[in-house]
Design a protein around this ligand. Structure first.
Ligand SMILES: [Zn+2]
Length: 168
């Protein structure tokens, strides 16, 4: 067990018709994945993480869920998919809407060692607080937050204001 260079390696690919994208050969080789390998796809923030081991079950009742989420009904557990020939993966249908990816867009693939993360690249605006791409808007010039984090921020500001007044 030797630790190698920790800099994650990144690759670009394109989400093509049929919601397919290609895992680079070097990534597949590094993990020993081959055509037919069963992969577990888990949503993590704005990324989809592929691995062969199911992620530890953190409990479907999100005890760490700090606040009620707008999209609780869309929370999805890990999805199974299979690696096709040539490293093709078809994005599981259940995940498409949740991820908000768009066919024709580029994806960044990062080999994280224990798994491979895939994230919509470049032109998708991400929440600067949590990395989500769902419900993101420009709050002030060049500052992007999702509705959830924006709500948190407002609540914090309110709490601070109240605290300030109480001390005055
Ligand atoms: Zn956010």
């Amino acid at each position: 067990m030797s630790l190698q260079a920790t800099t994650p390696r990144q690759y670009l690919t394109t989400l093509t018709n049929g919601w397919r994208f290609t895992l680079p050969t070097s990534v597949r080789k590094a993990h020993g994945w081959d055509a037919g390998t069963k992969l577990i796809a888990t949503i993590r923030g704005a990324s989809l993480v592929f691995s062969t081991e199911p992620e530890p079950d953190e409990g479907h009742v999100s005890t760490h869920g700090n606040l009620a989420r707008d999209f609780d009904d869309e929370m999805l557990g890990p999805q199974e998919c299979y690696l096709g020939s040539g490293g093709k993966i078809v994005l599981p249908a259940q995940l498409r809407r949740r991820l908000g990816w768009v066919v024709g867009k580029r994806l960044v693939i990062v080999d994280e060692g224990d798994g491979v993360s895939v994230t919509l690249c470049c032109d998708a605006k991400r929440c600067e607080s949590c990395g989500s791409i769902s419900g993101v808007r420009e709050i002030i010039h060049n500052v992007f937050l999702c509705s959830q984090c924006w709500g948190n921020y407002l609540r914090e500001m309110h709490a601070k204001l109240r605290l300030g007044r109480a001390r005055a």
